[in-house]
Design a protein around this ligand. Structure first.
Ligand code: ADP
Ligand code: SF4
Length: 690
């Protein structure tokens, strides 16, 4: 298919200092959990994006010297010649597909703890990031940088830039964003200096200017020099000479970088979940930059729609369409637009499981794209899959995320697939969850798979078909895949911090009951020890329906795990905005005569809340009725030549949607594969030369 001429503008080359990007698609620096200890995984991951058509593919954050150590979070290093060789694998992989390679040189300043190198962290005035969440707390406060520290910082940046040139990078960054060291100089909260680096905006910006100058000198015109800068806080500050301090900073530096990479200041706003922010949510902060500088500007905004991308360029907001998440969910996004296949784009749903992978310290995972991070380790390509290795017929039971992904991937391999769903609608848990506040975009998990399935003649989809063991015996497929999901339980939470003791009663419900339309009476209490989105989103949903709602959790925060997906601050704001009373560190112990009895988590102090309907959002158990029925008829199955029965997704081990999709995909990849060759390869650092 030919490209829609409306999108031609996206494929214009863009000059960035001494280098030229082949098009406007720019995979920005983003953490992906692959450190120098995983150089082959990292190279294949970034190389696949280049193959998918991105004009520029950047690294994650790369420390310039041992004074910037983010352990245990997974960061990369460019400290010596061994590191150069490690990164060279990535630049080679990116260049092999005609893209430019960028490197985000980084110093964490007072936002890192140097837990591994044990050097004192540095900051302009000894200010530390005093995070409200334990994941980001530390006990060491930074040293106030003196003049020698400043000279050393600039020398380190220059040395790392020279190493970046040797590693083959085309674009080298100065990173003044997200609470890291050069950014700390820009804001008076961090910078209380009285020397030439503090006080007025020109003084506060001096370090960024000097870093840019040193980087230019170090790369000697061989690479472009980019400035990545967070503008949210600065834009909110009045300036004596310009519309805001952000305008002043950009005006002061406007001709110095070859490229402006503009973003917001904190992970929850910069990488905002779709539950709380729409596509293009950065525009109101970064839209002024192009009016001040002639240099190309790149920015992000979870862009997946080519029309939105074109609009950003035509309206003079951006020159290059930056993407982290959309390039993870679909590394082939540019190629699909180029080939007139924009309907094939696997659109990011904005769930932020990818960012949670970085917080967890592991290689990137994605709800929409199960192949991400597995390009080298398992040899999975996002667009290619091995043809069927037998003429087996496969029955997939259940069309939730796991069953849909499994049927689709088996179908792409060429197997004869039957997908049977009990209800009249596909989607499994998505049927209900995408109707909850803020979760509509998650429907893309279903939409994309349904759209792709419709084009596969070898996959037959049957709705309204609840299969029994007898039905399966009658169908007698070669393989049975059970993707029957999981159910929420009424189990309470014990002081041992495990689910225990079911709470029965007509006024006790689960999310499944709410999904099935249970009639609830106010006041409603949502009791959440699942800790992800379901508890808070249900509370919000019920409050919007007019119920009086309280939210109770044994954890210290609402949706405690969602700190990992950048959602927690907004979850608290959303609950507050809906008038939902929040009770943290509290366990439900009983419900009687409209009174809910709680105990404080650590002190066991009792507390009573009025409650006409209690919703327990706690433990889930696999829906294994069919599994057990089939196991009881194993002999009949083998007589019917059924060779295997396998549970996948929530029916195997209840998890988030990302787990279900991955499980479905993995089954499809591994069917008929040689068990000795289908495992994951283990990556290792390159042997040291020094
Ligand atoms: P997962 O997240 O693992 O994909 P879901 O709970 O989202 O799981 O989806 C499971 C799907 O399986 C639901 O749509 C449910 O209706 C369907 N299902 C459960 N049991 C049967 C059955 N016996 N026959 C057909 N479909 C079933
Ligand atoms: Fe998008 Fe979610 Fe995938 Fe991240 S994990 S890229 S937010 S779909």
């Amino acid at each position: 298919m030919a490209r829609n001429p409306r999108y031609d503008i996206l494929f214009e080359p863009v000059r960035i200092g001494p280098v030229t990007a082949r098009n406007r698609f720019y995979a920005v620096p983003h953490a992906a959990g692959m450190t120098n200890a995983m150089p082959h995984m990292r190279a294949a991951f970034r190389g696949t994006k280049a193959q998918g058509g991105w004009g520029v593919v950047c690294s994650g954050y790369v420390s310039i010297d041992p004074g910037s150590d983010d352990a245990p979070l997974p960061y990369a290093t460019l400290w010596d010649e061994d590191d150069v060789r490690s990164h060279a694998l990535m630049t080679e992989a990116v260049h092999a597909h005609g893209a430019l390679a960028g490197v985000e040189l980084w110093h964490g300043g007072g936002s890192v703890m140097n837990r591994s190198t044990r050097l004192p962290p540095l900051s302009p005035s000894g200010t530390a990031w005093m995070a409200t969440h334990v994941n980001f707390m530390g006990n060491q406060r930074p040293k106030v940088m003196d003049a020698a520290d400043i000279r050393a910082l600039i020398a380190s940046q220059a040395a790392a830039a020279r190493r970046a040139v040797s590693a083959g990078f085309d674009i080298v960054y100065v990173y003044a964003g997200m609470g890291y060291l050069p950014y700390e100089f820009l804001l008076p909260e961090w910078n209380r200096r009285s020397d030439a680096y503090g006080g007025s905006v020109p003084n506060r910006v001096r370090i960024v200017r000097e870093l840019l100058e040193a980087t230019h000198e170090a790369v000697g015109g061989k690479c472009a020099v980019a400035l990545r800068i967070s503008l949210e806080e600065l834009r909110a500050r009045p300036s004596e000479t310009e519309a805001s301090e952000a305008h002043e900073v950009v005006a002061l530096l406007k001709d110095l970088p070859d490229l402006w990479d503009v973003k917001l200041d904190s992970s929850p706003t910069d990488c905002a979940p779709s539950r709380f922010a729409a596509e293009g949510s950065h525009e109101g902060i970064v839209d002024f930059v192009k009016k001040i500088t002639d240099r190309p500007v790149v920015g992000v905004g979870r862009f997946t729609s080519p029309d939105t991308m074109v609009s950003q360029i035509r309206r003079g907001v951006l020159d290059l369409i930056g993407a982290a998440r959309p390039s993870i969910a679909d590394p082939f996004l540019p190629r699909k637009i180029d080939e007139g296949r924009e309907h094939d784009i696997r659109e990011c749903i904005g769930c932020n499981i990818c960012i949670s992978s970085w917080h967890d310290g592991v290689p990137v995972r994605c709800t929409q794209n199960p192949t991400i991070g597995e390009e080298w380790r398992r040899g999975w390509h996002p667009e290619r899959i091995a043809p069927a290795a037998s003429n087996a017929a496969v029955l997939v039971v259940g069309a939730g995320p796991a069953g849909l992904e499994c049927a689709l991937s088996l179908g792409r391999r060429g197997y004869e697939v039957t997908l049977a769903e009990a209800t009249d609608e596909l989607g499994g848990r998505l049927r209900f969850e995408t109707r909850l506040p803020g979760l509509a975009a998650w429907g893309r998990v279903l939409d994309w798979r349904r759209g792709q399935l419709e084009r596969l003649a070898n996959v037959n989809v049957y709705r309204g078909n609840r299969l029994s063991a007898a039905d399966i015996l009658e169908l007698a497929p070669t393989h049975v895949v059970l993707a029957t999901g999981a159910r929420w339980t009424r189990l309470l939470y014990s002081p041992l911090e495990v689910p225990a003791g079911e709470l029965a009663g007509p006024d006790v419900f689960t999310p499944d009951d709410v999904a099935a339309g249970a009639r609830l009476e106010s006041p409603v209490v949502v009791y959440d020890y699942d800790n992800y989105y379901m508890g808070s989103v249900l509370a919000e949903h019920l409050a919007r329906e007019g119920h009086s709602v309280s939210y109770v959790t044994p954890a210290g925060h609402a949706s405690a795990w969602s700190i990992m997906s950048n959602e927690q601050p907004q979850v608290h704001r959303a609950l507050f905005a809906c008038g939902i009373a929040l009770h943290t560190l509290a366990r439900v112990v009983g419900l009687a005569r409209g009174e809910l009895h709680l105990e404080r988590q650590f002190t066991s102090v009792p507390l009573v809340l009025p409650c006409a309907s209690l919703i327990i959002v706690g433990a889930r158990l696999a829906e294994d009725t069919l599994q057990r029925a089939l196991a009881a008829r194993a002999d009949e199955l083998s007589a019917a030549a059924v060779r295997s029965v396998t549970a996948i997704g929530d029916a195997l081990a209840p998890g988030a949607i990302v787990h279900a999709v991955y499980s479905g995909h993995r089954y499809a990849r591994e069917l008929d594969a040689d068990p000795d060759s289908s495992g994951a390869r283990r990556d290792a650092p390159l042997p040291r030369l020094a």
